[in-house]
Design a protein around this ligand. Structure first.
Ligand SMILES: O=C(O)CCC(=O)C(=O)O
Ligand SMILES: [Fe+2]
Length: 386
């Protein structure tokens, strides 16, 4: 196997890395040059003079890759359906932000996150100010409404160190611990961030800087694959429905703590202290165009068009569908200063509260667009021919 020609950091450590190789060629040249196995080319093209063989260019359909300009860096897919990782700490988000082609790199990063659901970066030096800049630019480059900014969480407090558009994710309390109980099933923690907002989130960026020696993994699940695994009849049924999302847990927490609910929260439409919104049960992702399941255990309380008992049963089924299908999940074991960027339009996630000691990180959540369902949109499997 010849070494990939364009990647100075290529180390062949992960078996999946080589999958990016044809795409890298495609990204750079516009065509795909098949030079990986010249012996096969020799037998297929035996009428061609052997002196020409090293220069054979075969036009073949390259497999789809959402990496774009990021294909120059080593990366691998954590699972077939969700999760991509940049394993080398030489890939720093802080440097992508300063690169001469930063707009191209960040737009491609946003596209990659939208396709793969969650993307992991190793040992990052990015500070909170730059994390906020990244959060703002990712969605802007994808063309979201100009009124959509960073989310201000209803119960985030402004401190001398951090503005209210940064959420501290801490084992000691606050946003990540509201409603937490260690005497219920771990899978009750599955949620999608802030779906109680009329204009909910596109991206979230979490950097973990304090970790227990072991434990505290985070899991993500794919909303695209959750849709795709359902039968056509069930898909059709869900496509006609809408659901009420409710963040009343935060309202109660604010009351108990004597806090005011912050508003507006990253969009002129995210106002009021009720923290409720109605969204389609299946939404179309505005970047990929794929259909995705958009109800979650944490915030979705009621399917509007159904009787209460029907709604309870359906939501319980969909929760099991997400939490019990581990073929649509990825589990990430954090190391200090790792960063995860996920798309809140097409994923679910949950923390794992199995550790002792401190665990802390900073999270930035950006506001995207109002969810919609386009009946002409395709599922991910249909669009990619999977
Ligand atoms: O603590 C974690 O692993 C994830 C917390 C969370 O839900 C979030 O940051 O949105
Ligand atoms: Fe979350």
């Amino acid at each position: 196997m010849p070494s990939p020609p364009f990647c100075p950091t290529h180390d062949h450590q992960h078996p999946n890395v080589i999958r990016n190789f044809p795409n890298r060629l495609r990204a750079d040249s516009g065509i795909m040059i098949e030079n990986r196995d010249i012996s096969k080319a020799r037998s297929r093209h035996s009428l061609i003079s052997s002196s020409l063989l090293p220069f054979i260019i075969i036009m073949v359909a390259a497999p789809f890759s959402p990496l774009g300009s990021l294909s120059v860096f080593d990366s691998y897919d954590e699972t077939p359906h969700i999760g991509t990782r940049f394993p080398n700490k030489s890939v720093q988000l802080s440097r992508l932000l300063e690169a001469p082609n930063a707009d191209e790199l960040l737009k491609d990063l946003a596209t990659l996150v939208s396709h793969r659901g969650v993307v992991f970066f190793t040992d990052q030096d990015i500070d909170v100010e730059k994390q906020k800049e990244l959060g703002a630019r990712l969605g802007e480059l994808g063309g979201k409404p100009a009124t959509s900014k960073l989310h201000v969480h209803p119960i985030s407090e402004q401190t001398p160190e951090l503005t209210a558009d940064v959420s501290v994710i801490s084992s000691e309390g606050g946003i990540a611990r509201v409603g937490y109980s260690n005497s219920t099933r771990a899978s009750n923690g599955w949620h999608t961030d802030i779906t109680f907002e009329p204009v909910p989130s596109d991206f979230a960026i979490l950097k973990m800087h304090t970790l227990p020696a072991v434990g505290g993994d985070t899991l993500w699940a794919s909303g695209y694959e959750a849709y795709d695994k359902l039968s056509p009849a069930y898909q059709k049924f869900l496509e006609g429905l809408t659901a009420l999302h409710d963040g009343s847990g935060f309202v109660e927490y604010a009351k108990e703590q004597g806090l005011a609910i912050n508003e507006p929260r990253g969009s002129p439409e995210n106002i009021g202290t009720k923290l409720q919104a109605v969204h389609p049960v299946i939404r179309t992702h505005p970047v990929t165009g794929f259909k995705t399941l958009f109800v979650n255990r944490g915030f979705t309380k009621r399917i509007v068009e159904l009787h209460e008992e029907e709604s309870d049963d359906l939501l319980a089924y969909l929760q099991r569908h997400v939490s019990e299908n581990h073929d649509m999940q990825v589990r990430f074991r954090w190391s200090k200063n790792d960063v995860a960027i996920w798309d809140n339009r097409c994923t679910f996630h949950t923390a794992t509260n199995d550790y002792t000691g401190f665990r802390r990180g900073n999270r930035v959540v950006s506001i995207g667009e109002k969810p919609y369902f386009d009946p002409a949109s395709k599922s991910r499997r249909a669009a990619l021919g999977l």
